[in-house]
Design a protein around this ligand. Sequence first.
Ligand code: HEC
Length: 173
Amino acid sequence: MGRKEQRFYRIGDTHCAFIGLVGAWSPFGLSFCLFMVSLFRLFLFSFAFFTMPLLAIEKLQFNRDVRPILSDKCFFCHGADAEHRKGNLRLDEQVSAFKPAKSGEIAIVPGKPDQSALLSRISLHEEDDDVMPTKKSGKTLSTREKSLLKQWISEGAEYQGHWAFTKPMAPVI
Ligand code: HEC
């Protein structure tokens, strides 16, 4: 490889400097180096491409992913309406859900699904007397709903802006 070419490849970006340097020494010549560099770029690109979706898995959001489940399956007996409330447990409010309910057990222990009464109750067999929602209510949770609740508790059971929702949910007199 001549001096002229070497100088030429030093002018460009770092890749060109690299090609210029290696190309000058390589027995395979410049085209092989160019080929290796493009391979390397392809490798970097595909690496980024395949790892991106893994990094993009985001945390569940209470209002979007969890509230609809609780509201449909639990709030009737564990919601804002004190008359219908069972087991002295409110699941629409973080303060209440995180403290001991009637039995003394805690429904939600943030980050610890295995210590959360909510999870043990929903994981019971649907014929079990203690299963939640109750057998009598005629409601059941799908496997997906159960795993969403579990994931949300594992992720710290963060409630979101319930103040925005309590107003429209106020009972009509
Ligand atoms: C139709 C009414 C009804 C619905 C709907 C219902 N529950 Fe309950 N829940 C009860 C009653 C009644 C009790 C108290 C008796 C008992 O502990 O089994 C209770 C108790 C509980 C307790 C235990 C409270 C304590 O004292 O430790 C948890 C946890 C619970 N429910 C979670 C849920 C969850 C989660 C849902 C929704 C997936 C749900 N419940 C839906 C009626 C209901």
